[in-house]
Design a protein. Structure first.
Length: 351
């Protein structure tokens, strides 16, 4: 029995790697030119900078086990020193608050080291990039996926390891039940409305000044800032979550100037001399976000596999991905939880 996995983020990769280890028949297709999904790491010299998720935490056993199995290494988020604060009038204060991400872990090499290691364990014949699935059809003999580039992939069952809202952009034949479609459209994609900026420097001047790199701002464009430097050595970096709405941040040249100006206000003139600024706006990424995802999230959504999505196409179609995880939905751990749950469903269907 062949399983077609659509979506090569952490959840899809973890499921594919497990099926490979079990000597199962499967194929993994990914719309992007890279694997990793919302995990994206930029590299400059020996530095690595996560543009999507950056942290994981104690009490997340699947992440801990996978990192250990792949021979990777975690390190503590830098959090030593004073915090900076910028009020709504642009006045800068030092020492206010505490490092909100103290106790968080990051991965040496960036989180792409994790997804790359998984992708490397999947044979080339079982994975393909640049394959945007536009149509899915259930037939008497199985399921058929048609890609934007004209490729056709046949299988016995499907796993959609991508955000449910993005999945609704695919044409289904026969159509999914309307309650299922409405449910998928109502599941907010974690991180889809976010944008991150990372400023890279030759020296960690903020550390030398006794600062943690943490900052809060009431005027932006970044509302929350942290140290994003590698575990050891440079280049060094500060990153921030951009708080202005998606429609107001479309001009990235203007946004870069605003980011540089804000860092200079907060951390002094050394912040004006930088190597590089990276910006990733996930709200404008069609493989992550749809128009509905531009609405801000004010709290962590309640995730899990809803009843309306549990038996699609008589069990031949399974939704996976971190939004389907009930315990750690929205986190990296949730992506692995969803892959684990999906595997159990596939085993049950096979019986």
């Amino acid at each position: 029995m062949k399983t077609l996995i659509i979506g090569g983020g952490l959840s899809g990769l973890a499921l594919a790697e497990t099926l490979q280890s079990l000597n199962q028949n499967y194929e993994l297709v990914e719309a992007r030119s890279r694997f990793g999904g919302r995990i994206k790491t930029e590299h400059l010299d020996s530095g690595y900078f996560d543009m999507g998720p950056a942290w994981f935490w104690p009490g997340q056993p699947r992440m801990a086990a996978l990192i250990d199995r792949l021979g990777l290494e975690q390190f503590d988020q830098f959090a030593s020193g004073d915090l900076m604060y910028e009020n709504e009038r642009g006045q800068v204060q030092r020492g206010r608050g505490f490092s909100s991400m103290q106790g968080s872990w990051r991965l040496k090499g960036g989180l792409a080291a994790l997804t790359t290691a998984l992708a490397d364990r999947i044979p080339d014949a079982r994975k393909r990039l640049n394959s945007v699935v536009t149509a899915l059809e259930r037939t008497e003999t199985g399921v058929t996926a048609t890609c934007q580039n004209g490729e056709v992939v046949k299988a016995d069952r499907l796993v959609l390891a991508l955000p449910p809202r993005v999945a609704t952009q695919i044409r289904f034949t026969p159509p999914l039940p309307q309650p299922a479609v409405q449910t998928m459209q109502g599941i907010a994609t974690w991180m889809a409305g976010q944008a991150k900026a990372i400023a890279v420097y030759d020296t960690p001047f903020w550390r030398n000044a006794g600062l943690s790199g943490d900052a809060q701002s009431r005027i932006g464009p970044m509302v929350e800032i942290h140290d994003a430097s590698p575990a050891t050595g440079g280049p060094y970096a500060l990153f921030g979550f951009i708080g202005i709405p998606p429609d107001a941040r479309e001009d990235q040249e203007v946004l870069r100037d605003q980011v540089q100006a804000q860092l200079t206000r907060l951390f002094g003139p050394d912040a004006a001399t930088l190597r590089q600024i990276y910006i990733k706006d996930w709200a404008s990424d069609p493989h992550t976000s749809i128009e509905a995802d531009k609405a801000p999230l004010y709290a962590h959504p309640t995730y899990g596999l809803p009843q309306a999505l549990s038996t699609l196409w008589d069990g031949q179609l399974v939704l996976s991905g971190t939004e389907m995880a009930s315990e750690f939905g929205g986190y990296l751990e949730g992506a692995l939880e969803a892959a684990e749950n999906t595997l159990q469903m596939l085993k049950a269907e096979k019986r």
